[in-house]
Design a protein around this ligand. Structure first.
Ligand code: NI
Length: 163
């Protein structure tokens, strides 16, 4: 197991649609172990492969009691609405309030390649949506109006300089 460096905005891989996961082997398990370790090390609740520079449709999460690996994730159902702060390890966790559906149903493959469906509400649903977005080359700030998006980017650049 190893902690991998986090890929940060505006690295190109974060804006790319990920390639499908096709090999459900030992290498994938090791990659997911590293992703969990990297995520916990940064006190995150979810981490997608592009965030460690790997252009794959894959994420791990441990959020609000929902711990899973999702390969080739899709959101197949959403409903309701929630509003709350959201942040991203690729943007120094700078929070922005973002409305999201309150319920989401995820369809994905596990480490063995078996398809599963999982429903979540609230924070865990937000995590499903945020991480699946990463696999589609989308960041949470892409959902924000331009002015608010630019404000987050400005804050991020400032934080980077202070580090
Ligand atoms: Ni993120």
């Amino acid at each position: 197991m190893a902690i991998r460096p986090i890929t940060e905005y505006p690295e190109g891989v974060l804006a790319k649609v990920g390639k499908p996961v096709t090999e459900f082997d030992e290498k994938l398990k090791e990659l997911c172990d590293d992703m969990f370790e990297t995520m916990y090390n940064d006190e995150g609740v979810g981490l997608a492969a592009p965030q460690i520079g790997i252009n794959l449709r894959l994420f791990v999460m441990d959020c609000d009691g929902v711990k899973l690996v999702a390969a080739n994730p899709e959101i197949i159902e959403t409903s309701g609405e929630q509003s709350g702060p959201e942040g991203c390890l690729s943007l120094e966790k700078i929070p922005a309030v973002l409305p999201r559906p309150n319920f989401a149903k995820l369809r994905a493959q596990d480490l063995e390649g078996k398809w599963f469906e999982k429903e979540a509400e609230g924070y865990a649903a937000r995590c499903f949506l945020h991480e699946t977005d990463h696999c589609d080359g989308k960041l949470f700030i892409d959902h924000l109006p331009k002015m608010r998006r630019e404000m987050i980017i400005k804050k991020f650049k400032k934080e980077k300089k202070l580090r």
